[in-house]
Design a protein around this ligand. Structure first.
Ligand code: SF4
Ligand code: SF4
Length: 175
C-alpha cells in the first residue's frame, strides 16, 4: 500500500511541475519585479530638506575600478548653497559604458549620496547619451528623502529634458 502511495505522490509531483506558471512578463507593457538589492542606474540623493547629499569628496571616483565617475567640486556660499558641507559637486557624471555596477561607489560614499537604484532601462543611441550628468541622476526636490525604489522608470532628472544628450567629458582613466 505504501508503495502505491509513493508512486501516486511521485506522479503528483511530476504533474504539478509539468504545469508551471509562466515566468515571462509582457515587457514593456508589464513591469518586471525588481528586487530591493538590485543595482541599476545611479541615483544622487537629497536630504529631506532638499539639499544635495553629495559633498564632492571624490571617494566614489577614487574607488571606481573602471574610472566611470567624474566629479568636479565647487564651494558652497551662503548665497548659493547646494549641500550642507563646504563643497558640492558642480559636475557629477557617470559613464554607463564603463560602469560594471559593482556598487563600490555606493559602499564608500560617506554621506549616502550615491546609490544604485532600480532603473535598468539604460539604452541610448549615442555615446554622449551614455554619460549621465548630475541633472539626470539627482532626484527631484519633490522626492527628496524618499528611497530610490520609488524612482523606477525615471531616467531623467528635473534639470534635463528627455533625449537631450549630457555633455561629454573625459573620464579620469583610459579603458
Ligand atoms: S557601480 Fe562600480 S563601476 Fe559603476 S560607477 Fe560605481 S564603482 Fe564605478
Ligand atoms: S557621491 Fe559620495 S563619495 Fe562621491 S563625491 Fe559625492 S559625497 Fe563623495
Amino acid at each position: 500500500m505504501s508503495a502505491i502511495l509513493a508512486v501516486v505522490q511521485g506522479l503528483w509531483v511530476t504533474l504539478r511541475r509539468s504545469l508551471p506558471r509562466p515566468v515571462t512578463v509582457q515587457y514593456p507593457e508589464e513591469r518586471p519585479h525588481i528586487y530591493p538589492r538590485y543595482r541599476g542606474r545611479h541615483v544622487l540623493n537629497r536630504h529631506p530638506d532638499g539639499l544635495e547629499k553629495c559633498v564632492a569628496c571624490g571617494l566614489c571616483a577614487s574607488a571606481c575600478p573602471t574610472g566611470a565617475i567624474y566629479v568636479e567640486a565647487a564651494e558652497n556660499s551662503d548665497a548659493e548653497r547646494h549641500s550642507p558641507g563646504e563643497r558640492y559637486a558642480r559636475v557629477y557624471q557617470v559613464n554607463m559604458l564603463r560602469c560594471i555596477f559593482c556598487g563600490f561607489c555606493q559602499e564608500v560614499c560617506p554621506t549616502g549620496a550615491v546609490t544604485l537604484g532600480p532603473d535598468f532601462e539604460l539604452t541610448q543611441y549615442t555615446r554622449a547619451d551614455a554619460i549621465y550628468s548630475k541633472e539626470r541622476l539627482l532626484v527631484p526636490v519633490a522626492q527628496a528623502g524618499e528611497p530610490a525604489q520609488l524612482l523606477i522608470g525615471e531616467s531623467v532628472g528635473e534639470g534635463e529634458q528627455a533625449g537631450k544628450p549630457a555633455p561629454l567629458r573625459p573620464a579620469p582613466r583610459e579603458q
